[in-house]
Design a protein around this ligand. Structure first.
Ligand code: CTP
Length: 433
């Protein structure tokens, strides 16, 4: 009863009214169809921990697809159903989504394979989940709205801060759970239970993780690297000997903690600039993580993770090209002490944000760091006010001269030699002569 009072007050007080209303409506539709409906998993976990989680997962004891279709018709949502899995996604007009599942039983035919699905009860449905803390359910039907269902001691584990599997074969059934255990442990500041940790060590010893497909391994690594504070989870991967599944060389030459920490600081710095540059934070961490790898080993890691071939090529090329350019730049810096803005611009132009941030973290040279920073904050967005049409107007004959003149004008602008459009035109004309 005490637990239910807590859940009741959390549902009333911490949930935004709109979210609560949706839960109530889900329960009403369940009542009408005479189906028990529950909010389950991460949503309940985070509700009890007082952290926001907008992803509501709903489980229906019975036909979840019928339930989703009925709900959608009444509340103006779109539904995407997967008959084979008995699941559906409700998409609200504002784009918000709710996953609906039918209670089901999954069989894993072999380690690392995708599950086969059949109907079962809520208890069985929750039993097949990864960790106790993800097995809580809250009933949504009106008569017992807010009732907390805890079959496996999840409330206690949440209270004690423990990540615990439900049975010994959990990691054999689904090796990605090894990564999930670490991700949750570090995110929630929990502890993996001793027996669970031994099962992980066992999974590392046996070859379950080698069988894990590249894309699934990548998805787990990316999720870890996308966490707000990913480093502690990376060190946990390291100490449990899991990095070798990305590439064996990561065991012999482990990633540098200093570099990873530097990458974290560079990322926070970059995000505080509020530049409208889209980039993938996880890629910066990935590059830093793989810093110790030779080009061949890096290629091997990308292949192991089944990165999109096009993306692999781009990453490899950027990594190589950045290495070369930084070396040249260091040389120029040691000769000249300081570089002109246009030189800095052309050194970095064409390199991705991710590679530049990684190199910024890697470089011990403060002047080089300053150059990268200047590039992001100022130089990269500089454009000439004139374009080809202006050159045509002042009588430049068509040809490669266009590019040369525009580049020269851009350099002058980067270096603060010209400011206005008139000055740019005057400069362009001077090249004509
Ligand atoms: N699940 C599982 N085994 C997996 C993946 C997921 O048992 N390999 C279960 C978990 O119990 C989880 C639920 O499926 O609660 C939904 O998965 P997901 O959305 O990945 O988990 P969340 O707990 O919502 O995680 P996050 O907070 O990172 O979104």
């Amino acid at each position: 009863p005490a637990k239910n009072r807590i859940v009741g007050s959390l549902l009333n007080k911490t949930l935004p009214p709109r979210a609560r209303e949706i839960l109530v409506n889900l329960g009403k539709v369940g009542d009408r169809l005479d189906l028990p409906v529950y909010a389950v998993g991460g949503f309940v976990r985070d509700l009890l921990l007082g952290s926001e989680n907008r992803d509501v997962d709903v489980t229906v004891e019975g036909d979840g697809i019928l339930f989703a279709e009925t709900f959608a018709a009444e509340f103006g949502c779109r539904v995407k159903s997967h008959e084979k899995f008995g699941t559906a996604v409700l998409v609200f007009p504002d784009g918000h989504k709710i996953d609906v599942a039918s209670t089901r039983l999954e069989y894993y035919v072999s380690p690392g394979a995708l599950p086969t699905v059949e109907r079962s009860s809520l208890r069985m449905d929750l039993y097949r989940r990864d960790f106790t803390v993800n097995t809580l359910a809250i009933q949504l039907n009106a008569a017992s709205f807010g009732l907390l269902i805890d079959f496996f001691g999840a409330y206690r584990d949440l209270h004690d801060g423990v990540i615990r599997v439900l049975h010994n074969l959990s990691f054999v059934e689904d090796p990605t759970r090894v990564f999930r255990a670490i991700r949750f442990e570090q995110r929630l500041h929990f502890r993996i239970a001793r027996h669970t940790e031994n099962l992980i060590k066992n999974a590392v010893k046996m070859d379950f993780l080698e069988k894990l497909g590249g894309r699934r391994l990548l998805a787990e690594l990316v999720q870890i690297l996308k966490e707000k504070e990913p480093l502690s989870a990376v060190w946990r991967l390291e100490s449990l000997g899991l990095l070798r599944f990305i590439h064996p060389a990561l065991e012999a030459s482990p990633p540098s903690h200093d570099l990873m920490e530097e990458a974290r600081d560079v990322i926070s710095w970059f995000e505080l600039l509020f530049l409208e540059r889209r980039y993938e934070r996880w890629v910066v961490y990935f590059l830093a993580l793989c810093d110790s790898l030779s080009s061949e080993a890096f290629e091997g890691a990308c292949a192991r993770l089944a990165l999109n071939v096009h993306f692999q090529e781009k990453l490899k090329e950027m990594r190589r090209s950045a290495e070369e350019r930084m070396a040249n730049m260091e040389k120029r810096l040691s000769q000249q002490g300081r570089l002109e803005n246009n030189e800095i611009y052309y050194f970095f132009k064409g390199l991705s944000v991710e590679v530049l941030l990684y190199r910024m973290a890697k470089s011990g040279n403060p002047e080089l760091k300053r150059c990268i920073s200047l590039y992001f904050t100022k130089l990269d967005s500089v454009r000439t006010s004139i374009d080809g049409t202006d050159l045509q107007r002042i009588g430049v004959p068509p040809g490669p001269r266009y590019r040369e003149i525009l580049d020269a004008v851009l350099s002058a602008k980067l270096n603060g030699v010209v400011f206005s459009k008139e000055e740019e035109i005057a400069l362009a004309k001077s090249y004509l002569r």
